[in-house]
Design a protein around this ligand. Structure first.
Ligand SMILES: Nc1ncnc2c1ncn2[C@@H]1O[C@H](COP(=O)(O)OP(=O)(O)OP(=O)(O)O)[C@@H](O)[C@H]1O
Length: 268
């Protein structure tokens, strides 16, 4: 299967280097080769989207980048250092918000700042307020989790992940459970925040349009065994509007290739 990694950003340093990573899961019922020989370079400040059919290993790859799962073979380097476990420079944001229900929005962001023992309590409060403002929730800082909508919860999760100032943000379908309108708003917000902060982001999604709207590159994976089958470079200016016609050409190209992975072939 063709593997190409065009990347106009190669002049920038590699933030994450995935080298020949393989991972197999064995249960009493079956053995699954979740990833086989996956290699990928993510450059500093890049926004990379991972897309592919269910079960192709996207989350497994993200977890390995995060240091939450160890590969059977191969390795991940972050800033040239071997990833051997989770670290505060690589934080993960999941589909379902993993907020603490007994804390309000502010308390949840403050909790994330426990990762920054170098800061005083007053500095943490300032930072928490700043990030709640950034995600548009300053008026809801005293709201408890059950009082927030799904979109608001994901905004708090985003503020909590950004507040400790990680260099890399790993996002696993963070908007999948939200309605279309809320998602469209969040696409604008995440692009604005990314353009301001220039974090390195790896973003898992099932949604081709979402991947094309957000990614500098869209990495298409194929299942059984999980591999990278093709990488698309998205050369559209930012900020991008998910509903703009410019996106359509890329979207149909990626969608056709995605369909191909389901049939066992990949189209250009
Ligand atoms: N802890 C585990 N134990 C056993 N099998 C697992 C485990 N985690 C993942 N798998 C299997 O590994 C394969 C890849 O799973 P993974 O969740 O990475 O895929 P995915 O592309 O993220 O899927 P989806 O899009 O449905 O979330 C699947 O076949 C899955 O069943």
């Amino acid at each position: 299967m063709e593997v190409s990694q065009p990347n106009s950003m190669t002049a920038r340093p590699a933030k994450l280097l995935v080298e020949n990573v393989s991972k197999r899961f064995t249960s009493s019922r079956a053995t699954v080769q979740a990833l086989e020989n996956v290699s990928l370079t993510v450059t500093e400040g890049e926004f990379v989207c991972l897309i592919g059919p269910s079960g192709c290993g996207k989350s497994t790859l993200l977890d390995i980048m995060a240091g939450l799962t160890m590969p059977d073979s191969g390795r991940v380097l972050a800033d040239g250092k071997l990833v051997e476990g989770p670290g505060r420079q690589r934080l993960v944001m999941f589909q379902e918000s993993a907020l603490f229900p007994w804390l309000d929005a502010f308390g949840n962001v403050m909790f994330g700042l426990k990762l920054r023992p170098d800061l005083t309590h007053a500095e943490r409060k300032d930072i928490a307020n700043h990030f709640l403002h950034l995600v548009g929730l300053e008026k809801f800082k005293r709201s408890h989790v059950h009082e927030l909508s799904g979109g608001m919860k994901q905004r708090v999760s985003l503020a909590r992940a950004l507040a400790p100032d990680p260099q890399v943000l790993l996002m696993d379908e963070p908007f999948a459970a939200l309605d279309a309108l809320t998602r469209d708003q969040l696409y604008d917000d995440i692009q604005r925040i990314w353009m301001e902060s220039r974090k390195t982001i790896v973003f898992v999604t099932h949604n081709v349009r979402e991947a094309v709207c957000l990614g500098d590159r869209v990495v298409l994976m194929s299942p059984s065994p999980g591999r990278i089958s093709k990488i698309f470079e998205i050369k559209l200016s930012r900020p991008r509007d998910i509903n703009s016609p410019d996106l359509a050409g890329y979207t149909s190209k990626v969608a056709a290739a995605l369909k191909g992975t389901l049939k066992g072939a990949v189209f250009e």
